[in-house]
Ligand binder design. Sequence first.
Ligand SMILES: Nc1nc2c(c(=O)[nH]1)N[C@H]1C(S)=C(S)[C@@H](COP(=O)(O)OP(=O)(O)OC[C@H]3O[C@@H](n4cnc5c(=O)[nH]c(N)nc54)[C@H](O)[C@@H]3O)O[C@H]1N2
Ligand SMILES: Nc1nc2c(c(=O)[nH]1)N[C@H]1C(S)=C(S)[C@@H](COP(=O)(O)OP(=O)(O)OC[C@H]3O[C@@H](n4cnc5c(=O)[nH]c(N)nc54)[C@H](O)[C@@H]3O)O[C@H]1N2
Ligand code: SF4
Ligand SMILES: [Mo]
Length: 694
Amino acid sequence: MKKIQSTCNYCAIDCNLDFYVEDNKIVKTVPTKGYPVNDGFSCIKGLSLSKQQTTVKPNSLPKIRQKDGSFKEVSWDEAFTHVASELNRIQAEYGTESVAGISTGQLTLEEFAIFGHVMRNYLQTNVDGNTRLCMATAVVAHKQSYGFDAPGYTLKDLELSDTLIFIGSNPVVAHPIVWGRVRQNQVPGHKIIVIDPRKSETAMNADYHYELKPRTDLLLLYTVAHLLIENDYLDHDFIREHTEHFDEFKDFVKTYTLERAVDGTGLSKEQILELVELIHHGKRVSFWWTMGVNQGYEAVRTAQAIINLALMTGNIGKPGTGANSITGQCNAMGSRSFSNTSVFFGGGDFTNPARRKRISEVLGVPDEMLAKKPTATYNQIIEGINEGRIKGLWILCTNPRHSWTNNETFARAAKKLELFVVQDIYDTIESAEDCTVFFPVVPGIKKEGTYINLERRLSAMRPVLKREENEISDYEAVLGVGKALGMGDALKGWETPKDCFNLMRECSRNMPCDFTGVTWEALEESHGIQWPYPEGKEENNKEEQRRLYSDGQFFTPSGKAQFVFEEVRENPYPPTEEFPYVFNTGRGSVGQWHTQSRTKEVKFVEDVSVKKAYLYMNEKLAREHDIHWMDEIRVYSVNGENAVFAVKTTDEVPYDQLYAPIHYVECNKLTPSNYDPYSKEPNYKGATVRFEKC
Ligand SMILES: Nc1nc2c(c(=O)[nH]1)N[C@H]1C(S)=C(S)[C@@H](COP(=O)(O)OP(=O)(O)OC[C@H]3O[C@@H](n4cnc5c(=O)[nH]c(N)nc54)[C@H](O)[C@@H]3O)O[C@H]1N2
Ligand SMILES: Nc1nc2c(c(=O)[nH]1)N[C@H]1C(S)=C(S)[C@@H](COP(=O)(O)OP(=O)(O)OC[C@H]3O[C@@H](n4cnc5c(=O)[nH]c(N)nc54)[C@H](O)[C@@H]3O)O[C@H]1N2
Ligand code: SF4
Ligand SMILES: [Mo]
């Protein structure tokens, strides 16, 4: 029996697991002991990775749709030639930007890097990622406030903090290892505080739950800032030495009075004052935010309002502190700096001449071949298809027919495409229904590459199982199309994932995410390595759990963090007589993963999962409408669509909200085409609806 250590490719924790293999079958999966992230623990999804060995069809070949609508299986070479010639044809006929890609935060660093090289550099077109649906808000907030997209914390901070504040974050369900680390917190009297408009599983386990009205976080956070200032609960030295624009911020928050916040958030005066005191009395206060913050119409400013609280109280860069964005997908952190979508590989602007020169040298291609501007955003790509400007789309490792906001707009778009390549490990996903080409690729357990987790830790994915005939990886599929496009020397140095890793490593040199001290081999069987880890400075970075900003230095030109703020906006979808209920959406259970393509295969999960779309409704509201457990209702959304859901009644969701798990395609039928103005992340948790009993 062989033991192979690899990385779980579901959530952003990136647990490491030891796979025991016999006759090319996984016989046992054991969470890696001593691994600094999950140390011998994991959740059901990681433990069930082995289940995918039987469900992905062996020996499958790519398929091309024929004129009569049927599919024909072809060789990989034929498929590569077909896709390359269609990409060329469409660009020649309709213009360079008439083809686009949608990438992901769930592939390896090397896979989305090569996709970025082929599409963004060589074809000079647009590729956005499903990370737009998830982390874009945190990225923009970090860049503006810190000067680089660099979350500073390490998971150890969860154990060292005496005041942990979770805002729009439900780790009990979504990040079980984060919650496990909270449970290991030994600081006497430590307090867990949750800000969430419903009693989430995390709120149920917290010491304090502030059940504010949906979408009123920014108002609350500015008010808290105002009260901290009024009471002089500030770290003046930190503000003076390490931040800019505090005085303007101080003036700005003056109008955010307690009365205004009580009225807007629905919290009581006492609750808001209590929260202010909790922050003040904490010696090590940490703020943790996830999708309740990122997915909103004023999301970037809300994330920055959290950062502002940490800055003004000096709760940053020290053990157990920080304004900490929790990442969603296994390699969302990697995709943010290495997918070539909104920044160059390793970070830096497409318009910076020095950065262009450096990247062109490392990649060995002329400057003209490098991407010239950040990508068109996800919503612009879908709109572009629906408006007839984009005719070709290639998606990999994401299922937008289900997950995209107002998802009927994607369904319409898919039907308009002349070329629609879907690259996935299942041909049964909703997005594949209208594809013109399907690329079946192997799952994580059969491939190699690098992941970066939520605390900037690189870890190695290594093949656990050998591949069968015709089985290829995402990397090889993209490389195959690149070669068929005639990229020639532009693919020199990209031959294998390891070669690509070395290119990316060079691209990171002297950037905040510098990992030039990490080698492909050193990552294997390792404890993972957090960036930064520059070559020649390995000695300084020996500690296994490191945080950024301990010297108070940020990545802005002045080295100081920025207070960024703006007046609260009007809610685009306030509850009205016609649409009185807020349609809140999010994760349903620890076992279910997004669009369920993968976790449907796991018997332990499937056996306890509801088979049809459902939502949670307050008991009193249900009684008033004579609705009983699992009765069906039709829900009408402000976006003009409607869908049927079964009802689970509960007191954990307030009277004026419905909570729908995202694991059913009906959920995003009802979410709006509405985005944060800066990050363009969808306002997924803010639609309003009405309903009637079926
Ligand atoms: N089991 C499982 N785990 C997962 C995933 C999965 O699909 N399944 N997905 C992974 C991914 S990619 C991500 S991004 C993360 C997401 O992780 P989380 O963001 O923690 O999960 P969500 O359920 O989307 O949303 C968190 C909370 O936001 C709250 N919320 C809604 N509106 C508001 C508001 O206006 N203000 C505040 N303060 N809160 C609000 C919701 O009630 C919900 O409890 O989970 C990751 N982990
Ligand atoms: N209403 C609402 N909608 C949301 C959210 C919300 O909170 N509310 N959350 C949003 C967030 S945060 C996210 S991250 C998105 C997630 O949305 P998606 O990315 O669309 O969801 P997944 O189901 O993770 O899709 C991943 C796909 O990759 C495939 N896959 C798995 N492994 C591999 C592989 O190795 N190679 C390839 N090529 N394919 C593979 C899977 O079969 C699956 O089809 O959903 C977003 N949608
Ligand atoms: S899904 Fe997340 S918490 Fe669960 S095993 Fe995988 S990495 Fe760990
Ligand atoms: Mo996500």
